[in-house]
Design a protein around this ligand. Structure first.
Ligand SMILES: [Zn+2]
Length: 58
């Protein structure tokens, strides 16, 4: 409800989906719903709070 263009401290952690990497990285809030490359293996990491559920119940 409070649109703040520059929210301080808006970062959260994501984990690399690569089972051989599994690196944790911090991305900025503005990068949510985007895909960022892993710093190590360059795998595309989907930034988002909820993990995708294949074959969801809904
Ligand atoms: Zn990785």
């Amino acid at each position: 409800m409070t649109p703040s263009p520059s929210a301080p401290g808006g970062i959260f952690a994501v984990q690399c989906p690569n089972p051989k990497c599994k690196k944790f990285m911090f991305v900025e809030e503005r990068d949510r719903d985007k895909v960022v490359p892993c710093l190590l293996c360059k795998s595309p990491i989907r930034v988002g709070g909820n993990s995708p559920a294949p074959g969801g119940t809904r």
